[in-house]
Design a protein around this ligand. Sequence first.
Ligand SMILES: Nc1ncnc2c1ncn2[C@@H]1O[C@H](COP(=O)(O)OP(=O)(O)OP(=O)(O)O)[C@@H](O)[C@H]1O
Ligand SMILES: [Mg+2]
Length: 209
Amino acid sequence: MAVVITVAQQKGGTGKTTLAANLAAAFAPSRRVALLDIDPQKSLGRWHSLRRARLHQAAALACADIAGWRLPAELERLKRDHDVVLIDSPPQLDTDARVAVRAADLVLVPIQPSMPDVWAAEGTLRLAAEERRPAHLMFNRTPPASKLRDAIATDLADRRLPLLRSTLGNRAGFAHAFAAGLGVTEVAPRSTAAAELRALLAELQELIE
Ligand SMILES: Nc1ncnc2c1ncn2[C@@H]1O[C@H](COP(=O)(O)OP(=O)(O)OP(=O)(O)O)[C@@H](O)[C@H]1O
Ligand SMILES: [Mg+2]
């Protein structure tokens, strides 16, 4: 049975799809990975189409873009045949997002180091708490040194809100890799972005296992 990681955050543009794609690409060499894109924008599905055209190995990474009433059955099907199922969710807390959170072994909530992202994430954390699923915030697009990020991290710790120690910087490499249907660990394995991604992967593996 697969481990299900749901990337969720009701605020738009915090990096959910980028994160799901890069995690999938990083897991792919060692795990059977399935993507489930429940966002009507279908960005992750389009990333997967680019990837398939480029790598000619659709089997390496399965991708489904099913939502609505067929979602629970599709999830069960993907879980049976894979080691990891990564769900990318829309920037809202609708019924599908709730189903995706309910199915998760781990909910990943990317935030940029700014207060609107934190406030929006609180709704996503509440949803995860209602569904009794473990959720972790993660700083994305962080500048190299940021007093605000440090202040936010302190505030989250004071409120006992779980924050991953791994962070992803604001790096053009993420967008470049995405445009090619790839992840940063594939395009530029020696880059800082790839090192950050591998550190994140290791932290997630610790949490999952
Ligand atoms: N670590 C990063 N460094 C630089 N750019 C990033 C990073 N993460 C994401 N981005 C960029 O931020 C933008 C939004 O990212 P993305 O589409 O992944 O967010 P999202 O949360 O999925 O958005 P939506 O809520 O609309 O689904 C994209 O242009 C993406 O390339
Ligand atoms: Mg998205």
